[in-house]
Ligand binder design. Structure first.
Ligand SMILES: [Zn+2]
Length: 228
């Protein structure tokens, strides 16, 4: 406690929304900014803008996003920090909030395990972490399920990509995910696919389609944010 107070004095934690120094018990956001995070409430309804976007493209049990994402809003700042400025604590914070909401709504109770959307290892190395995995780990505080991160594989997009022609690159982009060989343990399971943002749903669609190749699995999707 004393040591942590000492470090807080030297390196005060600031609110990601307004840069104000955070008070005791505040994490990532001050109380005022926390109140400004716009909740979607999508998780309460089977049919919502996110599930509607994916409807007919891939069969999902449930699909939702927890917060609205607005240009210049607090959540945009947080997601930017998470993605580009080494803010893994932001992912943990948002994941924790999302986990509490998922646990409370009851619609995701039958989920057996969590699969974060993978990023290619080059990006992960640059950033130091996969943001979807950090979010997934945050969920566990209230929504405790095993996280399986080596099920979906995102191939490297590097030199090999530039040597391909445009059509091959396009195809590769569409089929950008594959399953590992280690999938027997997922048979008959309900998988929750986790990502940071869902917009057109193209990424979660491709990931879910791969997961649905496993015998008798069902897939649900949750993202932290979707555009308003
Ligand atoms: Zn603030």
């Amino acid at each position: 406690m004393i040591i942590s107070d000492f470090f807080d004095l030297i390196y005060p934690n600031c609110c990601t929304g307004c840069n104000k120094i955070l008070g005791r018990g505040e994490d990532s956001l001050c109380a005022e900014c926390l109140l400004q995070l716009p909740l979607t409430g999508f998780e309460k309804e089977w049919l919502n803008p996110v599930s509607n976007e994916l409807f007919g493209r891939v069969p999902l049990k449930e699909a939702s996003a927890i917060f609205y994402f607005t240009q210049g809003g607090i959540l945009q700042k947080m997601l930017h920090t998470l993605k580009y400025s080494g803010g893994s604590h932001i992912g943990a914070f948002l994941g924790k909030k999302a986990g509490k909401i998922l646990a409370a709504c009851g619609r995701y109770d039958k989920v057996d395990c969590i699969v974060p959307v993978p990023v290619n290892t080059r990006k992960e190395k640059l950033r130091g972490y996969n943001q979807a995995k950090v979010i997934a780990e945050g969920l566990l505080a209230h929504f405790n399920r095993p996280i399986l991160e080596n099920i979906l594989i995102k191939p490297e997009s590097g030199d090999s990509q530039t040597r391909k022609n445009r059509y091959e690159r396009y195809e590769n982009m569409l089929d950008g995910f594959s399953l590992s060989e280690n999938i027997a343990l997922l048979e008959n399971k309900h998988i929750l696919l986790v990502d940071d943002v869902v917009t057109t749903g193209a990424t979660v669609e491709r990931c879910a389609k791969e997961l649905l190749k496993i015998a008798n699995v069902s897939v649900s999707v949750v993202a932290i944010a979707t555009p308003m």
